[in-house]
Design a protein around this ligand. Structure first.
Ligand code: NAP
Length: 449
């Protein structure tokens, strides 16, 4: 029997476990997660109103319920949890699928003013991540918001800011976030890219969805968009950017309807400073940019201030170092060769692997993790004849408990699901997520005994 620990139960962890048990009948996998809940960014990143993408949890559930896969929640690996070298000794191999846990920084003055937050924190809050708190995102008199960046996370947060209570009540959004967003007075949302429409990172389906939001206009200044040479003649572009440009042109030519909310899609503006007003951010100063002819932009020395009491910086996720593993600080990834972790000297670290965003960086859609996991599993199974020679001590569970962790088994997670259904029932809604550690662990403990 080959015992493998997969650290992280998001899509990359689940696809790794799936590939391992499908391809080798002798493999047993423990999927560890520091949270008592599985599914990583599918649970804590996909927006609540994207029910179709969330339904992927059904496929991931099948993996975690496989007879040779065991989910162990509430098991942190690294400082404060199970030391990485200890974990390595309990299994024949360890695969880290820990994603990219933090946000990229802008590195400009005023970035940390109250009212300026990473979009990743806002996403965690409306997704009920137990480490997320309400930073007062849409509190009081916030009427205008700026979202910096034009990727899919930016589109998600813009959409969530523009949605009304009626559209969110039927989702699993936690009650406090629903209440705050329902009371929100944000009417003007600027989504701002530093380059042109043909270089935006969002996907067309996500962009078009903004146009379908009730009582919301999506506004584009055609002259600003046309600074992008490809805007006037998108035919030569690859399919993705071409469809994006066509969608942007559609918004630019549609007349405003006088809707209650406005999403202003802006281009060729790079943030240079956040300006304070009354102890909170008051505006973002942007420098107007121009295409440099090589896909980048240059500054023009002309500036524009956009008023905003809420700024969400949506400029990408970033991997954080994994204790005990080498780390490339430039890319925010663990150096590897086809998933085999490479040590300081460039040699392979035996029995240690990576898959997902910590391997290739925070790009691609959920499905991109499938071939990525397969590549890692191919490497691991090729190494198996050597790995299996070092026999680890029996079932790792007692040793994990001896490290002071209290693993939440699958039955504990199922109990959390039941508690979330019951909570929703009491509130007259569908399933409603539990948003804090205490209620999650209480619900899980009721089943785990
Ligand atoms: P992303 O796709 O990398 O987009 C980041 C955006 O930030 C880009 O517009 C980038 O512009 C901009 N940016 C970076 N540094 C900047 C700076 N210093 N100043 C101004 N703008 C800056 O990242 P993401 O939106 O976080 O998404 C991460 C991944 O998750 C993506 O693969 C995404 O598709 C995926 N995702 C998918 C969905 C979905 O399918 N529904 C939902 C959410 C996330 P430049 O291009 O100029 O660098």
């Amino acid at each position: 029997m080959l015992r493998v620990a997969v650290v992280g139960s998001g899509p990359s962890g689940c696809y790794t476990a799936q590939s391992l048990v499908q391809r080798d009948p002798g493999v047993h996998v423990d999927v560890l997660d520091r949270l008592p809940c599985p599914y990583g960014l599918v649970r804590y990143g996909v927006a609540p109103d994207h029910e179709k993408i969330k339904s992927l949890q059904g496929a991931l559930r099948t993996v975690l319920e496989h007879e040779r896969v065991r989910f162990l929640g509430g098991v942190p690996v690294g400082p404060g949890g199970v030391p990485a070298d200890r974990l390595r000794r309990l299994y024949h191999a360890v695969v880290y699928c820990v994603g990219a846990a933090t946000d990229r920084r802008l590195g400009i003055p005023g970035e940390d003013l109250p009212g300026s937050w990473p979009a990743t924190g806002f996403v965690s809050w409306y997704s009920a991540h137990p480490d997320a708190a309400d930073a007062g995102y849409v509190q009081g008199g916030v009427r205008s918001a700026v979202v910096i960046g034009v990727g899919n996370v930016a589109v998600d947060v813009v959409r969530m800011l523009a949605r009304g209570a009626a559209e969110l009540t039927g989702t699993d959004i936690p009650e406090a976030a629903l209440g705050a967003l329902a009371a929100s007075r944000v009417r003007e949302i600027h989504m701002v890219g530093r380059r042109g429409p043909s270089q935006a990172r969002f996907t067309t389906r996500e962009l078009r969805e903004l146009g379908g939001l009730p009582d919301t206009d999506v506004l584009v200044d055609p002259a600003e968009a046309a600074l992008d040479p490809a805007y006037r003649d998108p035919a030569a572009l690859p399919a993705g950017p071409r469809r994006n440009v066509e969608a942007v042109r559609g918004f630019a030519t549609a007349p405003a309807t006088g809707a209650a909310r406005r999403i202003r899609l802006r281009f060729f503006l790079r943030p240079v400073e956040l300006l304070p007003r009354g102890g909170r951010v008051g505006a973002v100063r942007f420098e107007r940019t121009a295409p440099d002819g090589h896909g980048g932009v240059t500054g023009t020395g002309r500036y524009e201030d956009i008023e905003a009491r809420l700024v969400l910086r949506s400029v990408g996720y970033r991997g954080v170092p994994v204790a005990g593993l080498p780390f490339d600080a430039t890319s925010g990834t663990v150096p590897h060769l086809a998933g085999r972790v490479l040590g300081e000297g460039g040699g392979v670290v035996p029995g240690v692997y990576v898959a997902g965003w910590i391997k290739r960086g925070p790009t691609g859609v959920i499905g991109t993790n499938r071939p990525c996991a397969k590549e890692t599993v191919t490497s691991l199974l090729a190494d198996a004849p050597v790995l299996i020679r070092a026999e680890p001590p029996g079932d790792p569970l007692p040793a994990l408990r001896a490290e002071g962790v209290r693993p939440v088994p699958w039955a504990g997670w199922r109990a959390i699901e039941r508690a979330e259904a019951e909570l929703g029932g009491r509130l007259g809604r569908g399933v409603v997520k539990l948003p804090d550690w205490e209620s999650l662990l209480r619900a899980a403990g009721a089943a785990s005994g």
